[in-house]
Design a protein around this ligand. Structure first.
Ligand code: KG4
Ligand code: ZN
Length: 379
């Protein structure tokens, strides 16, 4: 039996306020299709650039100020009375993240839920990142050993503020999001390899023992004097350099299996920079290559070991085009039967659509979890 739902998604776990309206359906074969209607985002990057990083109290205050404005933007597209009538549930990030930021979003969601008498669907931010791949967008499908270049967004944010998935093909990702599924989750706070044998079930195969991949980008970018957030800035500078500086590729030894460690890379880069005589662009290229090669190698190992049908790239660092390309190339050889999905750039970094997406799956499959605001919420 076909089931259709409409979900309002709210994201405020760190420094992006996001609101999205998403329609979702589940057909008799169990395939879940998503159709994003509206997606609004307010990024606090400009605010936090002044301090070189996120100040939690300022982030929370910004969320409180901006969320009503984002709701007003949505209300301009769909009158409040219609919105109230048509939505089935409100999905909101309950963790992991900054506690002050999480509380702001949850309180807004809880208020709407109470006033409109609609159920609240708490969503884990990390599962949101994984389910961003169920939204249409950029992807690099690999089929039968051939890599077909998918549509990769050019870095602009066409979807960040406004209409739904015009010009995209919502069905594609739904057909490809099959299990077993391996996710490489790389964000500012997390680096994990996750195996999913079915929807909403997560087995963590490996994770970082110290810094996350995004953190490694951000910290080394800071050493190079680049602005916050470091990842995109370092990646841009890397395009003008060559990866000629020797940096460690930690944990590639077999005995470490699928865990990661990035803090040694930061120390090695700091020492080289202090010694002097290195071109900044070469250093940026060397750092990016070291991080990307480590991530790609571990993902390939996990793919060889667990033989997933689908491999997805998730989290803010998934926006890195070098990572997307290198992973696609390597998997063509080492996991030729798997399909690789990467989120469009605007769905890679934090947004409301991914929370609505994961919330829709939880709601459609009747897998609602109790609300617990937890800055360290595990998957
Ligand atoms: O998922 P996300 O938006 O927030 C968290 O949940 O942490 O990820 C943010 C992280 C930051 O560390 C940022 O530097 C990194 O993703 N990032 C990138 C790129 N775009 C964002 N890292 C490398 N290359 C990029 N193009
Ligand atoms: Zn995130």
């Amino acid at each position: 039996m076909n089931k259709r739902v409409r979900i309002l998604g709210i994201e405020t776990s760190c420094d992006e306020s996001g609101i999205a309206l998403l329609d979702a359906s589940r057909d008799k074969h169990g395939t879940i299709q998503l159709s994003l209607q509206y997606n609004f985002l307010h990024s606090q990057i400009a605010t936090h650039r002044k301090t070189g990083g996120v100040v939690p109290e300022i982030a929370a205050r910004e969320h409180a100020i901006r969320l009503p404005g984002l709701l007003t933007q949505l209300e301009k597209k769909i009158p409040l009375s219609e919105l109230k009538k048509s939505i089935d549930a409100i999905a909101v990030t309950s963790g992991p993240g900054l506690v002050t930021s999480l509380v702001t979003g949850v309180e807004v969601a809880r208020t709407i839920s109470y006033l409109w008498q609609k159920p609240l669907v708490p969503v884990n931010h990390l599962e949101g990142h994984i389910y961003a791949n169920l939204l249409a967008g950029g992807k690099w499908p690999i089929a039968n050993g051939k890599t077909i270049r998918g549509e990769i967004s050019d870095g602009k944010l066409p979807m960040a503020n406004g209409e739904g998935e015009k010009g995209r093909t919502p069905g594609d990702n739904a057909a490809n999001f099959t299990f077993p599924l391996l996710a490489l989750l790389v964000s500012g706070g997390h680096t994990e390899l996750i195996l999913m044998k079915r929807h909403l079930s997560y087995i963590v195969l490996g994770s970082t023992r110290d810094d996350a991949a995004g953190e490694a980008f951000d910290k080394t970018a800071k050493l190079l004097g680049l602005p916050y957030p470091g990842g995109p800035a370092l990646s841009r500078l890397a395009k003008q350099g060559k990866p000629i500086i020797k940096l460690p590729r930690p944990m590639l030894d077999k005995k470490y299996n699928l865990d990661f460690s990035f803090s040694g890379l930061k120390t090695a880069a700091a020492m080289q920079i202090e010694k002097g005589g290195v071109r900044k662009a070469d250093m940026a290229a060397s750092i990016e290559t070291a991080i990307v090669e480590t991530l790609v190698e571990k993902t390939c190992r996990a793919a060889e070991q667990y033989l997933p049908k689908t491999i997805v790239l998730a989290g803010g660092v998934a926006a890195n085009t070098k990572l997307q390309m290198r992973l696609a190339e390597a998997l063509t050889v080492r996991a030729p039967k798997a399909t690789l999905l990467t989120p469009a750039i605007e769905f890679a970094t934090d947004n409301g659509a991914m929370i609505a997406a994961a919330g829709a799956v939880r709601f459609l499959l009747n897998k609602k979890r109790p609300l617990v605001i937890d800055p360290h919420l595990p998957l």
